[in-house]
Design a binder for this molecule. Structure first.
Ligand SMILES: Cc1cc2nc3c(=O)[nH]c(=O)nc-3n(C[C@H](O)[C@H](O)[C@H](O)COP(=O)(O)OP(=O)(O)OC[C@H]3O[C@@H](n4cnc5c(N)ncnc54)[C@H](O)[C@@H]3O)c2cc1C
Length: 380
């Protein structure tokens, strides 16, 4: 077994890191404070070639899931808010198209993302959170159109997305078999942005309500077969869970780096606090958590490449462990900074807030445990 990145992957990592140090990290605190979406940075990421990674080569892409993980970690380490914009635009929002779109849909939408389009994935509704099959947004066919009616909530990138992949049911009584997947372009009549949430962290990224009010989309905008939407959504979420794990890892790495540097610098009782065993034990636990999270993530990315799809159990394990590890790491980082860690003068306060959502979105930790247990026990 070889745990080393290849030379090519290391060069890519250095390129992304340099980009983040120049274009993202210096502005992360300001974006957190102003809660403004920095459109120009998305364009810069696309211009730097970061938007083509992991898409199939025949559609202009390059790299693989590990390359995507490397980029997502570096971006999230610099700014987790930009991390979610990136991973939803290239991952979650695009998986339904990449995995189930037809030739024309793939050509059209993948090239838009490579050129900097922002994407959203709209599944959650007021009465359909963890229980996604309970969604109520409806569609009916009228000639060459589908007409969508309903509201989605908590949609990342919702306010800025150039297009959104979404899910609606033909008839709620059909359960998950009634659900189909669609792509809806910004500017489509009947499609609008509602309430924008004020949230604990990830401030540069929007989370919005999306409203479909007699929204007419061409029948060509259905993704995959009619009635397969539930499966399409779950496959996309399985794949994307690995990127949320990576986002958590990026935040944890940033918190850990900051804590190690601070522990070596801060002096109390006549010496650096790094000399205190209490601090050393925290650093040791943080380093171990980060390494273990990285190994689970790399295993899930490797299996995704080998099997051609994300393995549900390993993806859930990576997401569960990495998000809870990031929680522990950020908690300790604030502790190591003492009172300063509670102020906005130091980034660990932001990491602590940004991390929290990784235990909730794309399936809460409880749902990950359920997924893992069902796979282990072989029960439905
Ligand atoms: C910042 C942010 C961004 C988001 N981005 C998106 C997005 O881009 N697209 C999208 O579609 N959605 C998005 N979401 C929605 C997110 O995925 C849901 O909030 C999440 O899946 C949980 O659903 P819920 O909030 O309705 O909680 P609920 O499902 O109501 O859960 C409440 C509690 O009950 C527990 N629970 C529920 N069911 C079970 C069970 N069977 N077993 C054990 N415990 C259970 C949960 O773990 C949780 O602790 C986002 C949410 C936020 C806050």
């Amino acid at each position: 077994m070889d745990f080393e990145l290849t030379e090519e992957q290391k060069m890519f990592q250095t390129m992304v890191r340099d980009f983040c140090v120049g274009e993202i990290e210096p502005y992360a605190a300001e974006w957190d404070e102003t809660e403004k979406f920095p459109h120009n940075v998305v364009k810069k990421m696309a211009d730097a070639g970061l938007h083509s990674v992991h898409f199939p080569e025949e559609y202009g892409g390059n790299g693989d899931e590990l390359t995507f993980a490397i980029a997502t970690e570096e971006i999230s380490r610099a700014c987790a808010g930009i991390g979610v914009v990136y991973l939803v635009s290239l991952g979650l929002g695009m998986y339904p198209i990449v995995m189930h779109g037809n030739e024309q849909q793939k050509r059209h939408y993948i090239s838009r993302v490579i050129n900097g389009a922002i994407v959203a994935f709209a599944l959650t509704e007021a009465m359909a959170g963890s229980d996604v099959a309970a969604l109520e947004t409806k569609y009916v066919r009228e000639g060459d159109y589908y007409v969508l009616n309903g509201q989605k909530i908590f949609i990342s990138n919702g306010a800025e997305a150039d297009f959104v992949t979404t899910f609606a049911t033909k008839d709620k009584s059909l359960g998950y078999r009634g659900i189909s997947a669609f792509v809806v372009d910004k500017g489509t009549k009947g499609f609008s942005v509602g309430k924008i949430e004020r949230k604990m962290g990830l401030h540069p990224a929007s989370v919005a309500e999306l409203i479909f009010d007699d929204c007419r989309i061409p029948v060509a905008n259905m993704l995959g077969e009619e009635g397969r939407g539930f499966r399409i959504a779950l496959e996309g979420i399985d794949a994307s869970r690995v990127s949320i794990a990576v986002q958590a890892l990026g935040i944890a790495q940033a918190a850990y780096d900051a804590a190690v540097a601070y522990a070596k610098e801060r002096r109390q009782f006549g010496a650096e606090i790094a000399r205190l065993q209490a601090i050393q034990w925290m650093i040791a636990d943080m380093a171990t958590d980060i390494d273990a999270a990285r190994l689970l993530i790399y295993k899930a990315a490797w299996l995704t490449k080998k099997e051609g799809h994300a393995p549900p159990k390993e993806a859930a394990m990576a997401k569960l462990f990495a998000s809870e590890a990031a929680h522990r790491v950020c908690h300790k980082a604030v502790q190591i900074f003492g009172g300063y860690g509670y102020t906005r003068d130091f980034a660990v306060e932001r990491y602590y807030r940004d991390q929290r959502i990784t235990e909730i979105y794309e399936g809460t930790s409880e749902m990950q445990r359920w997924t893992i247990a069902r796979q282990v026990l072989g029960v439905k």
